[in-house]
Design a protein around this ligand. Structure first.
Ligand code: PMV
Length: 348
């Protein structure tokens, strides 16, 4: 198709890993498979207005607006991404792009926007690709969007669809791939539908360790091989946990994964402690509450101090009361975000 101009918009969610991706090979190939809940409320909305140029340019031609303002300092990251994906989207130098992007969550909340941001961008570019090739099937569209998002940020490959996404080769028969995320291929018990994630903002400061640096720390890490094997074992265990709805084992795997991610950072060279005192206070409170109540509340962590509090929908009243009464006091300025499992990106 010949097109000269247009505009596309996508809203793409963040996700929270249950089995963590930490460590990668060349070309954004994960060192181990991972699985995540797609989120709903934490999202990035990106629009791309595109206009055909008189002739192909030698450099990418684009402007970038973040929350309505020109953002020169984000451009190099986008430039690197466009360079990586140019061979898969040959039209990139035929157009001028105006990229406008904004997040639903507060700026510098310590919430990483790379998964939602890179997936939204990849989806917009795929939508332009689809305008040029209207025959494209939805399944291919999603796969390629995830493939391209991965090249921006690994975890972004898990944000195209929902509600449970696996990325990284696990077995030869489950359809998983290192190149893109897939919808979880096995049965999932209804207890995992509508799962909640309340994100406690413990430390809103700049990330101490970028994920690029973090993944690199897994090269020559003394425990790397064991860790990568463990991720595979946990994914295998999750198959029965998800189908049976075994929350005790779910909690054990999810919390162990979070602590292992941090253990990897504490035992790398250089080493980092990314938890804050309040992170540990919250973890201890969650454990005590779980003991004393009949709930299945548990936590997970990203590569930072914030705590994601996970719980089933059937326990939401009791757990949310506990969060408000006992955990919010440990958040910076009392800030937290209420999210839940979501079903993937949407064209706007
Ligand atoms: O997508 P990246 O390169 O920013 O890595 C994300 C890594 C973790 O968030 C810590 C874990 C994960 O699987 O999302």
């Amino acid at each position: 198709n010949e097109i000269s101009e247009g505009k596309v918009t996508y809203k793409s969610p963040s996700n929270i890993a249950l089995v963590k991706y930490w460590g990668k090979k060349e070309n954004q190939i994960p060192a181990n498979p991972s699985i995540s809940f797609t989120l709903n409320a934490c999202a990035t909305t990106t629009s791309i207005s595109y206009k055909k140029l008189a002739s192909k340019t030698s450099n990418f031609s684009f402007d970038l607006l973040f929350e309505g303002k020109l953002k020169e300092d984000f451009k190099p990251k986008i430039e690197i991404f466009l360079n990586r994906i140019e061979k898969y989207l040959p039209f990139l130098k035929d157009f001028h792009f105006t990229i406008e992007t904004s997040n639903s969550f507060p700026h510098s909340s310590g919430i990483a926007s790379s998964a939602s941001g890179m997936s939204a961008l990849a989806l917009c570019l795929m939508a332009i690709e689809q305008e040029l090739n209207p025959e494209m099937k939805d399944d291919f569209f999603n796969k390629k969007a995830s493939f391209l998002a991965r090249l921006g940020s690994g975890s972004a490959s898990r944000s195209i669809e929902g509600d449970l996404i696996q990325w990284g080769n696990h077995t030869d028969t489950d359809g998983s791939s290192d190149l893109y995320g897939i919808k979880y291929p096995y049965e999932v018990h209804p207890i995992f539908k509508n799962y909640h994630d309340t994100i406690l903002l413990v430390d809103k400061g700049q990330k101490q360790v970028s994920s690029t640096v973090g993944h690199d720390l897994m090269h020559n890490h003394p425990f790397a091989k064991n860790r990568f094997d463990q991720a595979h074992e946990n994914l295998t265990k999750l198959i029965t946990v998800f189908s049976k709805g075994n929350l005790k084992s779910f909690i054990e795997i999810v919390e162990s994964e979070a602590l292992t991610l941090h253990a990897m950072m504490m035992t790398s060279l250089p080493y980092f402690v990314l938890m804050k005192p309040n992170t540990l206070e919250i973890i201890n409170k969650i454990w005590a509450f779980r003991e004393s109540s009949n709930t299945n509340v548990c936590f997970t962590l990203d590569a930072g101090a914030n705590v994601h509090v996970l719980y089933p929908d059937s326990e939401k009243d009791e757990v949310f009361q506990f969060i408000k009464n006992e955990l919010v006091a440990y958040c910076e300025n009392g800030q937290y975000l209420c999210d839940r499992i979501g079903f993937g990106a949407k064209k706007m």
